[in-house]
Design a protein around this ligand. Structure first.
Ligand code: AP5
Length: 222
């Protein structure tokens, strides 16, 4: 729809680089980043009933039940900032039922980005990942080390970032990915996620630029 804010979904295996690319995309395009995993971790940290229940599934690398996830994402997408600036939905939908639920609420993306990365690389990325609790920035001990000693000293690790747990998360991903992709076939772009983060972003940036140009051309011809 010409003139409307962009609506993008980004998907891919655990540690394929979704969060990293979302930082770069929001910087350039000003979309509101809505990450299902971040929303869930916020519930866990708040110690709510939903958070306690969610943590049990997250620790096993399984999908948190729809009863919790669907409304949480729907409510975040319904806030005025997402409506106004457009949204970038990360890590949702992860099942056919989640995809259907969102559609029913009227949320349809313009583009579905799938990041593709070989499995041995994913495991290495998970094990080296660290997070800065102050800025929310994602680091990797080898590929994206912290800029200063001060940041290095405060980095934390996610509770599900172990080799054992990432294998469970990968299994869950493989069980569900085809069903989700089948719903977004017509608007899916597959991105080679196995380059540097700048190279991966250049590919995504190319698609988003193209999408905006197409819209501009459509609105000018109306
Ligand atoms: P979630 O938080 O979404 O985890 P995930 O899908 O496993 O993805 P990650 O956050 O691990 O990775 P990412 O792709 O964002 O990679 P990142 O950019 O950090 O979900 C966690 C759990 O919550 C799930 O297991 C499930 O239980 C639950 N959940 C979430 N959504 C749900 C839903 N919809 N329904 C039900 N349950 C749900 O990068 C990883 C590392 O690699 C970093 O260290 C980074 O610095 C590095 N890196 C990134 N890009 C590159 C590159 N190009 N080169 C080298 N290193 C790189």
């Amino acid at each position: 729809n010409p003139g409307e804010a962009l609506k993008i979904m980004i998907s891919g295996a655990p540690a394929s680089g979704k969060g990293t690319q979302c930082e770069l995309i929001t910087q350039k395009y000003g979309l509101v980043h809505v990450a299902a995993g971040d929303l869930l971790r916020a519930e866990v940290a708040a110690g709510s009933d939903n958070g306690r229940l969610a943590k049990e599934f997250m620790e096993k690398g399984q999908l948190v039940p729809d009863e919790i996830v669907v409304m949480m994402v729907k409510e975040r997408l319904s806030l005025p900032d997402a409506e106004e600036n457009g949204w970038l939905l990360d890590g949702y939908p992860r099942s056919l039922s989640q995809a259907t639920a969102l559609k029913k609420f009227g949320f349809e993306p313009d583009l579905f980005i799938l990041l593709e990365v070989p499995e041995d690389i994913l495991v290495e990325r998970v094990i080296g990942r660290r997070l800065d609790p102050v800025t929310g920035k994602i680091y990797h001990l080898k590929y994206s080390p912290p800029e200063t000693e001060e940041i290095a000293a405060r980095l934390t690790q996610r509770f599900d970032d172990t080799e054992e747990k990432v294998k469970l998360r990968l299994r869950t991903h493989h069980q569900n990915v085809e069903a989700v992709l089948s719903m977004f076939k017509d608007i899916t772009v597959k991105i080679d996620g196995n380059g540097s983060k700048e190279d991966v972003f250049a590919q995504i940036d190319g698609w988003l630029t193209k999408l905006l140009e197409q819209r501009k051309a459509t609105s000018e011809s109306l």
